[in-house]
Design a protein around this ligand. Structure first.
Ligand code: FEO
Ligand code: CA
Ligand code: CA
Ligand code: CA
Length: 621
C-alpha cells in the first residue's frame, strides 16, 4: 500500500451478543434513531405516510423511496450538524407498498397504472437535508429546496463511450444522449469533488425481450419469456400510458429500426450514475466508461496529486468479476473545491481504461485491460470481437470472459484502507461453486455458504497487484475446514456485503445473510475491525485467525428479517448512518432500538438508522 503511516484507531467497545428481535442492538452507551423511513414526505406535494398502504404514486414520487441501501452524508457546515443525505432505494416489497399487495394476475399482468407508477417512483435515490437537533436527534428538513427524488422514470444524461452511440438510440432519445430512470440502486460511492455515485445492480430483471436477443442480452441474462420482475411492461398501450411510460420496459424488436421500438432501452441501464447533491435541479449523469454490468458499489482508490484516479466496482452475481477504472486525467487537488462538480465527473470519469481482475496463485494478480487492443486468451485482441470501445462497454462481462478474468464468489462492496492503501472486497457467498465449476485461489471454498473478504495492494504498474484473504465467514461452531479464521460467538458472521472504512482506519463489515448456521444465532449485523493494527510477528499485515480474532467485534445487530447495508459517518465521527433494508416487522417507534410488542404486525418500513453515543462522543473508539 502507498498510504503514509498514521496512527490507527483503537476500538473501545465490547462485542455485543447476536440478537433475533424486532429492534436494533447497539453497544452499551449508544443510541439508535429511525431517520427518513420509506414513505416520509420530502416536500409538500406528498401526503403524510399512511399505515394502510393507500398513499398514491404522486405521494411516492415526493417521499422517501423503499428498501434503502447505500448512502452518503454531504456536510453543509463545518460542525457536520447540517448536511445532505443521499440514499439509494434498491427494490420494492409490493405487499408493503400497496394496500392489498400487487394487482398482478396469474399470468403476471398488471392492471393499475397508479400501482406501477408508485413502484417506479419507490425506486432510485433520495437526496434530503438533515440537521442535528439540540436533543441529539436528527431531523429531515421537509421541503428544503435541495430535497429531491431521482426515480425509475427520471431523465438522465449519458456520458463516456456510449454517449451519442447508436446503441443508445431510442424514440425518446434519437441522438442516444439520454436515458430514463435508474433502477435497483444498490451500493454507492462518492467522489473527491463532492458528488454521489449510485450503482445500478440487478437492472436486467426490469426488462424483457420476447423476440431475437443479442449476444450481450444473453450474456447478462435478460428475461426472454413470461413477464419481467414486476411486470411493468404489461401495461403497454394502456389508455392512461404517457409516452412509452410502460412500453419501454419491453425491449423486443418489433419495428424496422431502433427509432420504431424500445430495443435499446435496457442499454441505458447498468451504469454508475453521478449526482450533484449540492445543486438543486441538477441532472444525474450515467458514467458509461466505468463499465456496464450489475454494479454493486463504486469506491475510489488512494488519491495522489499528479496520478490517475482509480474507481473499483464489483459485479455481484455468481462467478462474475471485479473491475477497476483508471482515469486518463491526473488528480489536481484544487478540483475538490470545484463549483461545477459534474464537470469534474466529465474530467475524471469519462476517459480512462477499464480493467478486470485476474487473481493468480501465490498472491499475485493482474488487471487485464478491456480495450480494443486488450489481449484475449486465444492470442488475439478484443478488437477481433468488438468494433468499438462502446461495444466493449455495453457487453463488459462478455469482454471480461474473453480476456480470462477470475470468476469470483459474488463481488459486493469494496473499501480502501486510509492508513495502508490496501483495497478490501466482500465476496458474499456462492453456493453454486461445486466440483464441476471448481475453485480458484481467490475463491477457494466449494459451496461457499459463508463468504469471505479478500484484499489487495496495487503494484507499481497499473496492471499488477498482490492479494490475500483477510477473513472467512463462518459459524463459530464450524469445523476446522469451515471456520478458517477461528471466529467465535462474538464475531461469527456469514455473507459479508456492505463494507466501508472510515478515515480513522476502522473497517465496518455488514452482512446480508443467507446461511442458517449463523441466522439461527443472530440477525444481520455490522462488525468492526482495524486491519492496520493487526500485525503478524514480523510486523506485516496479518489476516484474522484464532489468535487475533477478538479484534473483530460485533457493533450492531439489525431487526428481524432485515439486511444491514450502507455506511456513512459525520466528519467528527459522532453520528453513523446505516440503512435497514427489508425489515420484517419494524420499526415500532422512532427509537430504532425499541422492540415491537410481541404479536403486533406492522407494515414494515426500510429506514436509515442514525447511531450516536448518548454522551455525543466519537463512535467506536
Ligand atoms: Fe444489492 Fe449485491 O446487493
Ligand atoms: Ca449488497
Ligand atoms: Ca447481498
Ligand atoms: Ca439487498
Amino acid at each position: 500500500g502507498g498510504g503514509a503511516a498514521a496512527p490507527s484507531a483503537s476500538l473501545n467497545f465490547n462485542s455485543i451478543a447476536g440478537s433475533k428481535i424486532d429492534a436494533v442492538s447497539v453497544p452499551e452507551g449508544y443510541t439508535a434513531q429511525v431517520l427518513a423511513p420509506w414513505g416520509q414526505p420530502i416536500n409538500a406535494m406528498a401526503e403524510a405516510w399512511k399505515d394502510d398502504g393507500t398513499n398514491d404514486a404522486v405521494d411516492q414520487n415526493n417521499s422517501m423511496g423503499m428498501h434503502h441501501d447505500g448512502l452518503h452524508f454531504f456536510p453543509l457546515n463545518d460542525a457536520g450538524t447540517d448536511g445532505l443525505l443521499a440514499v439509494n432505494h434498491e427494490y420494492i416489497d409490493q405487499n408493503a407498498l400497496h394496500q392489498n399487495g400487487s394487482d398482478r394476475d396469474d399470468a403476471g399482468i398488471r392492471s393499475s397504472v397508479d400501482q406501477v407508477r408508485k413502484e417506479i417512483a419507490a425506486h432510485g435515490v433520495s437526496v434530503i437535508r438533515i440537521q442535528l437537533q439540540e436533543d441529539g436527534q436528527w431531523m429531515m428538513v421537509e421541503s428544503d429546496p435541495l430535497n429531491r427524488r431521482y426515480t425509475g422514470a427520471t431523465v438522465m444524461d449519458i456520458s463516456g463511450p456510449l454517449a451519442n452511440s447508436s446503441l443508445l438510440v431510442t424514440p425518446f432519445s434519437p441522438d442516444g444522449s439520454q436515458a430514463r430512470g435508474t433502477l435497483n440502486n444498490c451500493g454507492n460511492g462518492y467522489t473527491p469533488w463532492g458528488t454521489y455515485l449510485t450503482c445500478e445492480e440487478n437492472w436486467p430483471g426490469y426488462f424483457i425481450n420476447l423476440g431475437t436477443t443479442t449476444a450481450e442480452q444473453d450474456r447478462i441474462g435478460l428475461d426472454t419469456s413470461g413477464t419481467a420482475r414486476y411486470g411493468w411492461e404489461t401495461l403497454a398501450g394502456h389508455a392512461d400510458e404517457r409516452v412509452d411510460e410502460f412500453s419501454r420496459f419491453n425491449v423486443t424488436p418489433s419495428g424496422a429500426s431502433a427509432m420504431d421500438d424500445y430495443r435499446n432501452e435496457a442499454n441505458g441501464h447498468g451504469y454508475i450514475v453521478e449526482i450533484d447533491p449540492y445543486t438543486a435541479n441538477s441532472r444525474a449523469v450515467k458514467r458509461t466508461a466505468l463499465g456496464r454490468f450489475r454494479h454493486e458499489g463504486c469506491t475510489f482508490g488512494t488519491l495522489e496529486v499528479g496520478k490517475p484516479i482509480v474507481f473499483y466496482s464489483g459485479h455481484d452475481s455468481r462467478f462474475e468479476y471485479m473491475y477497476k477504472f483508471v482515469s486518463t486525467a491526473v488528480w489536481d487537488a484544487a478540483d475538490a473545491e470545484a463549483s461545477d462538480r459534474l464537470a469534474m465527473g466529465d474530467k475524471y470519469m469519462d476517459e480512462g481504461t477499464l480493467y478486470v481482475a485476474k487473481f493468480d496463485a501465490d498472491g499475485v494478480g493482474h488487471w487485464l485491460p478491456l480495450t480494443l487492443d486488450g489481449a484475449t486468451t486465444d492470442g488475439g485482441t478484443l478488437g477481433d470481437h468488438f468494433d468499438s470501445l462502446a461495444a466493449i462497454i455495453l457487453n463488459t462481462a462478455g469482454a471480461a470472459d474473453l480476456v480470462g478474468a477470475t470468476q469470483m464468489d459474488r463481488p459486493e462492496w469494496c473499501a480502501v484502507d486510509p492508513i495502508t492503501g490496501s483495497v478490501y472486497l466482500t465476496l458474499t457467498n456462492n453456493t453454486r461453486r461445486d466440483e464441476t465449476t471448481g475453485t480458484n485461489p481467490a475463491n477457494p471454498r466449494l459451496n461457499n455458504k459463508f463468504g469471505h473478504v479478500i484484499r489487495w495492494d496495487e503494484g507499481e504498474a497499473a496492471t499488477d497487484f498482490t492479494w490475500d484473504i483477510f477473513v472467512f465467514g463462518s459459524p463459530a461452531d464450524g469445523d476446522e475446514a469451515t471456520n478458517l479464521s477461528g471466529l467465535s460467538e462474538f464475531n461469527q458472521f456469514a455473507s459479508p456485503d456492505g463494507l466501508a472504512f472510515d478515515n480513522r482506519g476502522i473497517l465496518w463489515i455488514q452482512t446480508d445473510n443467507g446461511a442458517d448456521e449463523v441466522t439461527s444465532y443472530t440477525n444481520d449485523q455490522m462488525l468492526a475491525v482495524v486491519p492496520s493494527a493487526i500485525k503478524d510477528a514480523d510486523g506485516n499485515a496479518d489476516t484474522i485467525n484464532s489468535e487475533n480474532q477478538g479484534e473483530l467485534r460485533r457493533f450492531f445487530v439489525g431487526p428481524n428479517g432485515c439486511e444491514v447495508t450502507g455506511f456513512t459517518i459525520s466528519p467528527d465521527y459522532t453520528t453513523m448512518f446505516v440503512s435497514i433494508q427489508h425489515p420484517g416487522n419494524w420499526p415500532y417507534s422512532n427509537n430504532a432500538a425499541e422492540e415491537t410488542p410481541v404479536g403486533m404486525d406492522l407494515r414494515p418500513r426500510a429506514s436509515v438508522v442514525a447511531i450516536r453515543k448518548a454522551d455525543g462522543g466519537e463512535l467506536g473508539v
